[in-house]
Design a protein around this ligand. Structure first.
Ligand code: ATP
Ligand code: MG
Length: 488
C-alpha cells in the first residue's frame, strides 16, 4: 500500500481549519501542517503532496499570490478553498493554474474527489514533464550524432594521416617518446570519434571474430590516464580464450563503460578485477569492483537510458552496454549490494574463427606481391597508403577519384590485381567505379575503405569495408586478405 498523501492546510479561520484537519484525517490523508499565513505556507509546502489554500487570507499576501509562489517554488498542486465562487475571484485564481476548487462548506465526498483529481493531475503532469525531458535529451543526442557524422569523414582522414605518419616516424626514430605521445593522442582522438559516432548511428556492420583480451588491454591503456592512482587493476584473462563475435568499436565501448563505472564507484580507491574465460558456447567477461555497490532499487533501473545517480552522468553508459550485448546475441547480469562492491557478468557468443586483429601481427613485416590502384581523394591519406603498400612490396598506382581510376586502369598495360577505393568521392563513387570496371577487367577486384561509420546506401552490396582511421597493420592485413580471396 502506498503511504498516505500529505496535505497542507492554509486557512485563517481556525474553526474551519480544525474541521478540515479532522475530516482529512478521517478520509485517510496525513496532515503536513496547518497555518493561517501565506508566508508560512510557502515554506511548509516543501513537505506536502498537496496544498489546500483559502483563496482569501487575512494577511499581507492573499491565497492566490501564495499559490503562485508555491507553484513556482515547489511545483506543488494547489486546491483553492473558497466561499465565493464568483467569476472575478475564479478568474483571478486562474493565473496560478489551480488544480481544483472546493466550495466551502464541502461534503467529505466532494473534498475527497477534488483532492484525488488534483493528485492525479499532478502525477500526470510530472510524468509528462519527465517524458518531455527525455525526448529533449534524445533529440540532443540525435543532433550530436548528425553533426559528428558530418565531420567524421574529413576528421578520420586527418587522423589516418597523423597516425600513419607518427607510426612511421616511430619506426624510423626507434621509438621516440614524443612520437609515442603523438600516436597515443591521435589514437585517443580516433576512439573518441568512434564513440561519439556509435551514438547517432545504427551501425549495420556485421559482427566479426574479435580478440577480447586485446580489446580489454587496449581499453585499459586508453583509460590509464583517467583511472587515478588509488586503483588496482587485476587482469585474469584465460590465455587461450576463444574469439567473440562482436563489433570492435562496440566491444571497446562496453569495456570502457564498465571500467569507468567501477572507477566512479570507488572514489577512495579500490580494485577493478577484469576476468574472462570460456564457458560453454560463450566467452564470459566479468568486471568486478570493490566500490560502494547499489541497493536493489537502484539496481532495478541501471540499464534504462538516462538513469543516473551521478551529478554529471548521462545515464547512457549501461544502456549502451546492454544494447551492445543484445546486438551481439549475448546476455548480461549484475550482482551488487550496498557497500559490498559490484560484479557485472557478460556472456558473449564465442566463435571458432580466428580473430581479425590476430591476423595482422602489426609490427611484423607483411610482404605481398601485386599491382594495386589506390583511389582516394585526400592527397595526404593517399600518400600514406602508398608508402605502406610499397614497403610491403606492392606496386601502387594512385588515382584521385573514380573517373581518374577508370582512366588509370584502362591506360595500364599489365594486369591490375586490386583496386582499393574510397567509397564516397566527388566525381565517380566507389560502387559506380566497380560497376564500370567489372565490364573492362573482370579479374580486377575492388575493395572499399570509408571514413563514414556504418554503411552508406552506396555500400549496400560492397562487402566488408575498411574503416578509417586504420593502422598500417590493418591496411596490410586487409589488402592481403583481398588478394588471397581473389586468388581463391
Ligand atoms: N560499478 C558500479 N557500482 C555502483 N553503481 C553503479 C556501477 N555501475 C553503474 N552503477 C549505477 O548505475 C547508474 C547508471 O550507470 P550508467 O553507466 O548507465 O550511467 P552513469 O555512469 O550514471 O553516467 P555516465 O555513464 O554517462 O557517466 C549509475 O549512475 C550508478 O548509480
Ligand atoms: Mg557510466
Amino acid at each position: 500500500m502506498s503511504r498516505p498523501r500529505r496535505i497542507l492546510i492554509v486557512e485563517d479561520n481556525r474553526a474551519i481549519a480544525r474541521d478540515l484537519e479532522l475530516r482529512l484525517a478521517r478520509l485517510g490523508y496525513a496532515i503536513a501542517g496547518a497555518t493561517a499565513y501565506a508566508e508560512d505556507a510557502i515554506e511548509l509546502a516543501a513537505g506536502a503532496d498537496l496544498v489546500l489554500m483559502d483563496i482569501r487570507l487575512a494577511g499581507e499576501m492573499d491565497g492566490i499570490a501564495a499559490a503562485a509562489q508555491i507553484r513556482a517554488r515547489h511545483a506543488m498542486p494547489v486546491v483553492f478553498l473558497t466561499a465565493f465562487a464568483d467569476d472575478a475571484t475564479l478568474r483571478a485564481a486562474e493565473i496560478t493554474e489551480p488544480f481544483g476548487y472546493v466550495i466551502k462548506p464541502a461534503e467529505d465526498r466532494e473534498l475527497r474527489v477534488v483532492i484525488e483529481m488534483a493528485l492525479y493531475k499532478d502525477a500526470a503532469e510530472r510524468e509528462r514533464r519527465r517524458l518531455a525531458h527525455q525526448v529533449r535529451r534524445a533529440e540532443q543526442l540525435d543532433a550530436i550524432g548528425l553533426i559528428a557524422g558530418g565531420i567524421a569523414h574529413d576528421f578520420n582522414n586527418v587522423l589516418t594521416a597523423i597516425l600513419s605518419n607518427s607510426r612511421a616516424l616511430a619506426d624510423e626514430l626507434g621509438g621516440h617518446p614524443r612520437v609515442a605521445a603523438i600516436t597515443m593522442a591521435a589514437e585517443r582522438a580516433a576512439r573518441l570519434t568512434r564513440q561519439l559516432l556509435a551514438f547517432g548511428h545504427d551501425d549495420p556492420e556485421q559482427p566479426v571474430a574479435l580478440d577480447l583480451a586485446a580489446h580489454v588491454d587496449r581499453t585499459l591503456a586508453i583509460l590509464a590516464p583517467v583511472l587515478g592512482d588509488g586503483l588496482t587493476i587485476e587482469r585474469a584473462i584465460a590465455p587461450d580464450l576463444r574469439a567473440v563475435l562482436a563489433r570492435s568499436a562496440e566491444l571497446e565501448q562496453l569495456v570502457m563503460n564498465l571500467v569507468l563505472n567501477a572507477r566512479d564507484a570507488m572514489p577512495g580507491g579500490g580494485t577493478i578485477a577484469i576476468a574472462a574465460r570460456d564457458e560453454g558456447d560463450d566467452v564470459v567477461l566479468t568486471v568486478r569492483d570493490t566500490g560502494h555497490g547499489m541497493d536493489a532499487a537502484t539496481r532495478a533501473h541501471i540499464f534504462e537510458p538516462f538513469f543516473t545517480t551521478k551529478p554529471v552522468g548521462t545515464g547512457l553508459g549501461l544502456a549502451t552496454v546492454s544494447a551492445v550485448v543484445e546486438r551481439s546475441g549475448g546476455r548480461i547480469d549484475v550482482t551488487s549490494a550496498l557497500g559490498a562492491g559490484t560484479t557485472f557478468t557478460i556472456w558473449l557468443p564465442a566463435t571458432a574463427a580466428i580473430p581479425v586483429e590476430a591476423a595482422p601481427p602489426a609490427d611484423e613485416a607483411i610482404q605481398l606481391a601485386g599491382t594495386l590502384v589506390v583511389v582516394e581523394d585526400d592527397a595526404q591519406v593517399r600518400a600514406v597508403i602508398r608508402e605502406i603498400l610499397e614497403q610491403a612490396g606492392l606496386r601502387v598506382i594512385e588515382a584521385t577519384d573514380g573517373l581518374d581510376a577508370l582512366r588509370v586502369c584502362r591506360a595500364h598495360p599489365g594486369e591490375i590485381d586490386l583496386v582499393l577505393s574510397d567509397l564516397v568521392m566527388p566525381r565517380l563513387g566507389g560502387a559506380d567505379l566497380a560497376r564500370s570496371l567489372a565490364a573492362d577487367a573482370p579479374t580486377t577486384k575492388v575493395v572499399y575503405m570509408s571514413g563514414y561509420p556504418g554503411r552508406s546506401p552506396a555500400a549496400r552490396d560492397a562487402g566488408p569495408i575498411l574503416h578509417k582511421p586504420f593502422t598500417p597493420g590493418e591496411l596490410l592485413a586487409w589488402v592481403r586478405d583481398a588478394l588471397e580471396s581473389r586468388a581463391a
